[in-house]
Design a protein around this ligand. Structure first.
Ligand SMILES: [Fe+2]
Length: 258
């Protein structure tokens, strides 16, 4: 029996999934910016909103490179396949929808502003990691298919996602997580900082998953090669998110750069 779905189709699927994800992020970020208390966090999220608009434009270019309407007129089984992958009802990325819904739930909870900042970072990093997985995979497909034009565009975005993820970790670990802890404990956020910073940083594998500034946070600039070899920050030591300790996610799509 002839195989209906090929790697090129899977690449298109990943691109459409990421397009929907970026659209949803553009819609969700203003609410997160509004709720964030810390000025640095607000600034980081605002900057990422601007970058996300550019990322969506890159995906527009990629979609155009596939050819107008390509895939849509194929109809039949392929169309059914894509519809099933997206859970039916169009091409909305259900994965991103779920992550955003979870984040919005906590933003409505009875929570201190400091704890909310920590929760917003947690939510933003889950979103980043979804994107890193998607862009890493799509980029590996593009490389395999010798679509260097697409590979380059996806690499630009992937590097931005890594950078955003690392920046969020830097904000969380020893800074906003500490403020959150102190706020809940009734301690002035800045008073207890020096005594607790190390302890907090040392808990990098705690349940909120923010990674340490160690192995994956050497302060290197993210280039296409370094980014492609590094794992997402929360996965550097954690096994809970399914990303290996060896420097790459289990599907290996990040580690093959050139
Ligand atoms: Fe993005």
């Amino acid at each position: 029996m002839e195989t209906m779905i090929n790697l090129n189709d899977l690449l298109k699927h990943e691109i459409m999934d990421l397009y929907s994800a970026e659209e949803q992020i553009i819609e969700a970020l203003p609410g997160m910016i509004d709720k964030a208390k810390n000025p640095e966090l607000k600034k980081a999220l605002s900057e990422h909103l601007r970058i996300t608009e550019e990322q969506k434009s890159r995906l527009d270019k990629i979609k155009q490179s596939f050819g107008e309407g390509e895939g849509e007129e194929e109809g039949g089984e392929k169309k059914g396949f894509f519809s099933r992958l997206f859970g039916g009802g169009g091409e909305k990325c259900k994965g991103m929808e779920g992550l955003i819904t979870e984040g919005e739930k906590i933003m409505k909870a009875d929570i201190s502003p400091e704890d909310l900042d920590a929760a917003i970072i947690a939510s933003a990093q889950k979103i980043e990691h979804y994107e890193i997985a998607g862009y890493g995979t799509a980029r590996a497909f593009a490389r395999q298919l010798e679509r260097e034009d697409i590979y380059e565009l996806l690499t630009q975005t992937l590097n931005e996602e890594y950078k955003a993820d690392h920046m969020l970790t830097d904000l969380a670990v020893g800074k906003l997580n500490l403020k959150a802890e102190n706020a809940t404990a009734g301690i002035d956020a800045d008073m207890g900082r020096s005594g607790r910073a190390n302890r907090s940083a040392g808990r990098s594998n705690s349940s909120n998953g923010n990674s340490s500034k160690g192995a994956n946070h050497s302060g290197k600039n993210i280039s296409s090669k370094t980014a492609s070899k590094s794992s997402p920050s929360q996965g550097s030591k954690s096994s809970s998110n399914g990303i290996s300790r060896s420097g790459g996610p289990s599907n290996g799509n990040y580690s093959k750069s050139n």
